[in-house]
Design a protein around this ligand. Sequence first.
Ligand SMILES: *Cc1c(COP(=O)(O)O)cnc(C)c1O
Length: 495
Amino acid sequence: MKEILYKSTRSKEGTLKASEAILKGLADDGGLFVPLEIPKLDVSVEELSKMTYQQVAYEVMKLYFTDFTEGELKYCINNAYDSKFDTEEIAPLAEVQGTYYLELFHGKTIAFKDMALSILPYLLTTSAKKNNVKNEIVILTATSGDTGKAAMAGFADVPGTRIIVFYPDGGVSPIQEKQMVTQKGDNTYVVAIKGNFDQAQSGVKAIFGDKELAAEMDKRGYQFSSANSINIGRLVPQVAYYVYAYAKLYAEGKLAKDQKMNVVVPTGNFGNILAAYYAKNMGLPIAKLICASNENKVLFDFFKTGEYDKNREFILTTSPSMDILISSNLERLIYKIAGNDADKNNELMNSLKVNGKYDITDDMKKQLDDFYGNYASEEETAETIRDTYDKTGYIMDTHTSVAASVYKKYKAETNDDTVTVIASTASPFKFTRSVMVAIDPKYDSMGDFELVDELSKIGNVKVPNAIEEIRNAEVRHNNLVEVDGMKDIVKKFLD
Ligand SMILES: *Cc1c(COP(=O)(O)O)cnc(C)c1O
């Protein structure tokens, strides 16, 4: 198999092996690691269609993580995708009104982040062993609600690791917050910040870029890594479920050989849809990549005009995991459509930092033809939840509804009847209040856990374990800091 090496999107030189890129998370120059080339799938759809999720995941990951042995990679995969998931299929497809919902929320924390964060701790600790790392690895993570919990669930009590999570105070759902502040594990730390997600993310990036701090931490026996979707160890596992979905539809006769499918992805940091783009570049027959935003529609404007402009009001919506104005993973796409040109990418990222915006060239814009961007308002998001429930009984979460709403607009505009898969990124139980109020405003008077039981009743679905667990759990974390206090609290935790 061809060895795949990684380099930063912001420098011309320097390559790393997969395990080294996973350990580092973010490059020293602030760039993201990208493979020098995107590998091609080397098994047929026919073969893939007979495989389990774990087997498909191996066929995808072996092409990227080429310095892992077969034994190492299978160890990581089999420990990640096991009975932590409440279905053997891991990522089942639900057919609703002729569209397929790829349910990515059957893991431990009932959001799609589990798909990658169940495996990341294994990839990281295996990488540490391979590279003779003696330091304890400290995972720093900014979260808009789902990553933090999923990362902690993955890393809790994993020997040789600690995890510190920052979330925007007031910027996550009540269930999300309860999930985080009740997190168990002696190596977990949770901090609310007086700011929004972008500030949390920028704060974490600044800590990563702080060489003095890194040296001090090294002396104390620590080194930082990232569980955010900027880590290549998160991106690659996400490619697997698009391949799995295609193979599954093929197995069920819903897709013929080489027939294309569209994917619709509710997008925030651009990690999930970038994984679909990678899958397409690996040779998976994907037609359109439909990028769905909520009212923070910076990506919709970008696909329309070629200008990325984050200078706008930050809106808190009912799909908080997508309340993001700086989509970090977009940098990987920018680098690629600039012809893998680190200088050009640097220029644009610098402009984003200084002016809060950048413009891509016409040539770059032409390469975005496979993308379609649109957004859903809060009303549209609620309306789609209600309408789908009324007509079919299927209850989707607010993020998935943003995607379904955008897909409706796409269909109305194009009449495209290509088989379509919508990435369903969270269980409705994670956003119970918004979902139930969308179905009927009368529910707003009920308590959070009463609503959980009511959702279970009207949707005829069992309350997930992830929710049962936090019903009566004690609060273990109670930290609130200013944005510029992030570094100090990290130092305090690691004293
Ligand atoms: C993180 C998240 C998203 C956005 O995914 P990105 O990879 O950041 O684009 C969408 N929905 C849910 C439920 C999420 O947790």
